[in-house]
Design a protein around this ligand. Structure first.
Ligand SMILES: Cc1cc2nc3c(=O)[nH]c(=O)nc-3n(C[C@H](O)[C@H](O)[C@H](O)COP(=O)(O)OP(=O)(O)OC[C@H]3O[C@@H](n4cnc5c(N)ncnc54)[C@H](O)[C@@H]3O)c2cc1C
Ligand code: HEM
Length: 466
């Protein structure tokens, strides 16, 4: 546990750390990967790393954790000025995106546990992380007391004391407290899935491999040994690890699409860099290098956002693009277990050629007497976001637009539960529109196919009040 004196040191140094969190996190990853190149090669997403996204997410999360721990401490009134300075400083957050401010430490650790469980991060990985964190904090501290400019400086912001030894110890103590809680939560997740530690990754054989729509590859997987792949709950996903041409074993997550048997079905939209950026490494590999009989490694099914643990409210699914995959998993489950459940599905896709699993979607909805489906093809139409002068010209990549979601045509009640899945700006718009239509925020659930930076709930989409 963080002690009272460590809490005071955290409070004192939160503003300078928040002000330079991105730089400290970047320095941290440089150190971590210099010491453990295998982590970048085989565990972290190296494309995301090249774009600096992991550093931004780590910075944002560490600052939010410190804020949450400080705020939760008895008599935390003294923290509010530090907190305000930390959350308001422009460099402590990604442009346009909110912090995790307001989340409790428990909420953040639970989110991290899901992410880390899906990647197989275990206790033996912790020391390297702690060592790099200490070094990055010390490097920032060192520059506070010298005039060298080649390391990260935190001296000029908010506190002349910056990061002394006491502060480095306090931030390390915070790391230890959080990672211990995350590791316990990861253990719980595995226990819940009836898995022993170190049993988590399995080999799976591809038994079906086909192109679904123009850029989506659909795979069916079965266990490579006599023990079947674990059963999953509708809405869960698994990590898939593939060995790439240069020997790197990269990991990505894919939603489990449904089916009554012990086979797993996943679908990946192949990311096309369009000549400006590299093509997606794993999705391209799954399409071009994997064939029937090929082997991939898979994690256990992960994910707590599943419909079978919620109430029996009427459901609205709103998906766009490859966001159809968890919806297909949930519809498949409902069609088999609760075919009379009132369900509305809205799906948005740019063109019919890009629409993966349309036949499957229509068949599932047709099998449920109280279910209805509306599909919108949106290429060429202007999004509400653009019209509102919102966050960019497009909410689904350059040159492609999604129609505004016309909730006037949906028989929405206050009882409805809503599941969203699609590009983050799309979900931000949809969520804001749903809340505007009277749906309680806590009844709007969403799946993010990447780092969750909070944009779905935090962004001002310009749709409110419409
Ligand atoms: C819970 C969850 C469920 C998911 N479910 C699905 C699903 O069902 N179906 C699905 O298709 N996806 C799903 N995803 C997304 C999936 O995990 C991958 O993120 C996606 O397939 C892209 O991976 P990739 O390896 O092809 O692309 P990456 O290689 O990860 O590339 C990502 C981006 O980084 C850029 N990039 C790569 N290398 C560099 C570089 N060196 N410099 C600069 N930029 C670079 C690429 O151009 C691309 O824009 C899910 C994600 C999560 C978290
Ligand atoms: C308190 C300690 C830690 C914090 C606050 C933390 C925070 C984070 C955050 C914010 C993310 C991004 C979440 C997302 O992608 O949505 C992440 C992902 C990840 N973390 Fe941690 N982490 C911690 C400890 C560790 C440790 C000890 C390891 C071990 C090596 C680790 C390995 C990873 C990996 C591999 C990813 C996936 C990154 C990717 O591929 O995009 N983390 N972590």
């Amino acid at each position: 546990m963080v002690t009272a004196s460590q809490l005071a040191a955290l409070t004192r140094t939160l503003p300078p750390v928040a002000a330079h969190a991105d730089a400290i996190a970047t320095d941290f990853y440089d150190r971590l990967f210099a010491a453990r190149p295998d982590l970048l090669r085989d565990r972290f997403n190296r494309g995301e790393h090249a774009q600096g996204r992991q550093a931004r997410e780590l910075a944002r999360t560490v600052v939010a954790l410190a804020e949450a721990v400080i705020d939760a401490a008895p008599g935390s009134g003294t923290s509010s000025s530090a907190r305000a300075a930390a959350t308001l400083h422009p460099t402590s957050r990604q442009a346009g995106a909110p912090t995790l401010a307001g989340s409790t430490a428990a909420e953040i650790t639970s989110r991290l546990a899901q992410r880390h469980a899906a990647l197989g991060i275990r206790r033996h990985d912790h020391p390297a992380f702690e060592a790099a964190l200490r070094e990055a904090m010390r490097a920032s501290s060192a520059s506070a007391s010298s005039s060298h400019s080649d390391s990260v400086s935190v001296s000029d912001e908010a506190s002349p004391e910056a990061l002394d030894d006491e502060a480095v110890e306090a931030w390390t103590a915070l790391y230890r407290q959080v990672i211990a809680e995350v590791a316990d939560a990861v253990d719980d997740l595995y226990r819940h899935a009836d898995l022993e530690p170190d049993e988590e990754w399995r080999e799976a054989i591809v038994t079906e491999h086909r192109l679904e729509a123009e850029d989506v590859v659909a795979l069916t997987l079965v266990s490579a040994d006599s023990e079947a792949l674990p059963r999953y709950r509708a809405g869960q996903f698994a990590s898939v690890q593939v060995e790439l041409a240069d020997g790197a074993r990269q990991i990505r997550q894919y939603s489990l699409r449904g089916g009554p048997d012990e086979q797993w079905r996943i679908s990946a939209r192949v990311l096309d860099g369009g000549g400006f950026a590299p093509d997606g490494e794993v999705s391209t590999h799954l399409r071009d290098e994997i064939a029937v009989g090929g082997v991939v490694r898979v994690s256990p099914p992960i994910g707590s956002l599943t419909i079978d643990e919620l109430d029996d409210a009427p459901l609205l699914f709103v998906s766009a693009g490859i966001g159809c995959t968890p919806v297909l998993g949930m519809l498949d489950h409902l069609a088999r277990t609760e075919p009379l459940r009132p369900v509305t599905a809205l799906h948005f896709e740019r063109t019919p050629e890009r629409h993966a699993h349309r036949t499957e979607l229509e068949a599932l909805v047709a099998a449920m007497p109280n279910a209805s489906l509306r599909v919108s093809y949106t290429q060429g139409s202007l999004s509400a976001l653009t019209a509102a002068g919102g966050i960019g010209e497009s909410i689904d990549g350059q040159g492609a637009y999604l129609d505004p979601i016309d909730l006037g045509t949906v028989a929405l009640t206050a009882e409805h539960r809503v599941f969203l899945c699609g590009p983050v700006p799309f979900m931000a718009i949809a969520r804001a529109a749903l809340i505007e239509h009277g749906v309680e925020a806590d009844r709007v659930h969403y799946f993010v196919f990447g780092p969750d930076d909070g944009s779905v709930t935090g962004i001002d989409t310009g749709q409110r009040g419409r």
